[in-house]
Write a protein that binds this ligand. Structure first.
Ligand SMILES: [Zn+2]
Length: 182
């Protein structure tokens, strides 16, 4: 009887391990269901911070110059796509990207970057860490979802990506975006 229980436990362990392995192997991107309506985006920079604005310029350059079939540039006039800064002592999130309909049935994005939260987590004070956060939020704009626990932590959309090591779109991020914008 005891041996039977042990066997069942072993079987369940094996099945779980197999499931985890297949999820791990398959998931290099997830889609959020709200891709930006166009693949070329003009983002209005309302960060109000010159250092972060330079990081944003780099983040947009990383996407535009990647193998992803998309481009994102700074808008010099009022745009449906905007990025703003939050710096109010809250450490809940480092950034949020909200999809919305600007009134014409299309999908645009409003991104909030939490400077306080990022600077607190960026213990080494690297540019890469900040740029990685911005590249991640732009990834949401192009229809990517967070990977959370389902990957190798090596994509820009990974929750546990080390942004000191990686701050540019990775192969899974690019594959995901190109599945939307062929
Ligand atoms: Zn995210």
């Amino acid at each position: 009887m005891k041996r039977g229980i042990l066997k069942t436990a072993l079987m369940i362990t094996v099945v779980l391990m197999t499931l985890c392995t297949s999820v791990y192997a398959l998931t290099s991107y997830r889609l959020n269901g709200y891709p930006h309506s166009g693949k070329y985006v003009y983002l209005e920079n309302l960060l109000g911070d010159s250092y972060y604005s330079q990081r944003l310029d780099n983040a947009m350059f990383y996407w535009t110059n990647s193998a992803a079939h998309v481009g994102i540039w700074k808008s010099y006039s009022s745009s449906n796509d905007q990025i703003v800064m939050q710096n109010d002592g809250s450490t809940t999130v480092e950034g949020v990207a909200y999809p919305y309909d600007p009134g014409d049935g299309s999908t645009a994005y409003y991104i909030t970057i939490n400077k306080y939260s990022i600077d607190k987590a960026n213990t080494s004070g690297t540019q890469s860490y900040i740029e990685g956060a911005l590249v991640h939020e732009i990834g949401h704009l192009f229809g990517l979802d967070d990977l959370k626990f389902f990957d190798s932590h090596s994509q820009i959309m990974s929750y546990y990506n080390d942004r000191n090591l990686r701050c540019t779109p990775q192969s899974g991020d690019i594959a995901g975006v190109n599945s939307i914008y062929p």
